[in-house]
Design a protein around this ligand. Structure first.
Ligand code: HEM
Length: 385
């Protein structure tokens, strides 16, 4: 009986001591900057919040609803500032861009970024400036076709956008019909859509902007790091603090967008907001010094591929599937693709002379990017496009 009682007291004591420890650690840490944020565990901090199976950008968005557009997390020893509003994104990416242009050290940067010698993970130094300059020269010349390093960085994001765009079109048949009508009226069925047509395809551009808004392939911009002490929203930010900008949360925020979770390309009619990094409520390519250098080529690939798909093929859902059955769940990763492949049924729309599809093989003559996540079923052109 006595030993049973003492065990209970011991447990109570451990509980009290650990609660006091958690509390004081949090108070001490919070006092350093005064930046709001959830209470974390000793040593591991907020790591349990970012559990592998959770979709990180959604967890970060939920925390922003509680702690506001600027809050701090501690991931083990690492402190991270999380930004979730257009005004604060502008503060970091434009007004104080020079102070926040660095990329932090990450294991992934070491492993896949050639010890941070590649352009994505490189710190903002002379080597990065040289790579960026080289990149823009190659982007504006034919040599782009030979550039791995750079194209590999972008193919994932580009095909993710095409797949989400197609998935939204299958969920919104009225949008798809309007887009096909635009292609028929402005390009016709007697020739294939070309790059020079894109400038006239206004509805296509609206559909793609809306896809970037609801499904940014990089939902949390690549991490930045303060290069010197700074002040953001009245809070003192120390040197070397990591900064995450949750563009997905910004792009779904009811403060910036009406009916933010609906796919409505029409919202961009007579609306100058664009993806180029000047409008901080729409940041699929980021902004500032570390903005995506592949924005031009990436946007072009998405436009020409979607236009070509819709011009040459009639897409429908396989028998038995309804638009609302299309699964839009995104992967919990740095680039966020569709979890389930999109199943579609296709029929040719143009004369076989114009659009020669290799029925024995699995490729279209005019596919600029192969997307492996759209699976064609029920017709005879092979099983993947
Ligand atoms: C739909 C297509 C694409 C999207 C949505 C996209 C998105 C992004 C985003 C959000 C960033 C981080 C920007 C920031 O930190 O502010 C980024 C960086 C980068 N992207 Fe893209 N990207 C796309 C296509 C491409 C393509 C086609 C290429 C190459 C040809 C490319 C090369 C890069 C590189 C090299 C960086 C790192 C830049 C730096 O740190 O200086 N991207 N991209």
């Amino acid at each position: 009986m006595f030993s049973h009682m003492s065990e209970q007291w011991l447990l109570l004591l451990i509980l009290l001591v650990s609660t006091a420890f958690v509390f004081t650690t949090n108070v001490i840490l919070r006092k350093e900057t005064g930046i709001p944020g959830p209470r974390g565990w000793p040593v591991i901090g907020h790591l349990p919040l970012l559990h592998r199976k959770k979709i990180v950008h959604q967890t970060l968005m939920n925390l922003a609803q509680k702690y506001g557009p600027l809050y701090e997390l501690r991931l083990g020893m690492l402190k991270v500032l999380v930004i979730s509003s257009p005004d604060l994104a502008k503060e970091i990416l434009k007004i104080q861009d020079a102070s926040f242009a660095d990329r932090p050290f990450t294991i992934i940067g070491e492993l896949i970024g050639y010890q941070r010698k590649d352009i994505i993970f490189s710190p903002t130094d002379d080597h990065w400036r040289f790579m960026r300059k080289l990149g823009s020269e190659f982007m504006s010349s034919k040599a782009i076709q030979k550039q791995q390093d750079l194209l590999i960085a972008g193919i994932d994001s580009t095909s993710i956008t095409i797949e989400f765009g197609m998935a939204e079109l299958m969920r919104n048949p009225d949008v798809k019909e309007k887009l096909v009508k635009e292609l028929d009226e402005l390009v016709g069925r007697e020739r294939l859509v070309e790059e020079s047509d894109l400038v006239n395809l206004k509805y296509l551009k609206m559909v793609i902007k809306e896809t970037f808004r609801l499904h940014p392939p990089v939902p949390v911009l690549l991490p930045r790091k303060s290069m010197e002490p700074a002040t953001v929203a009245g809070y003192k930010v120390p040197k070397n603090l990591q900064v995450l900008i949750n563009s997905d949360a910004i792009q779904r925020s009811p403060e910036s967008w009406d009916d933010p979770t609906s796919f409505r390309p029409e919202r961009f009619a007579n609306n100058p907001v664009d993806v180029k990094g000047q409008d901080f409520c729409l940041l699929p390519f980021g902004a500032g010094r570390r903005q995506c250098p592949g924005m031009g080529i990436g946007g072009l690939m998405v436009e020409i591929t979607l236009a070509t798909f819709l011009q040459i093929l009639e897409f429908s859902l396989p028998a038995g599937l309804k638009p609302e059955d299309v699964d839009m769940t995104a992967e919990a990763a740095m680039t966020s693709a569709l979890v389930s492949p999109l199943l579609v049924s296709v029929k040719p729309r143009l004369s076989p002379k114009l659009c020669s599809m290799r029925t024995s093989g699995r490729t279209f003559q005019r596919s600029y990017v192969l997307t492996w996540n759209i699976i064609q079923v029920e017709t005879g052109f092979g099983d993947k496009i």
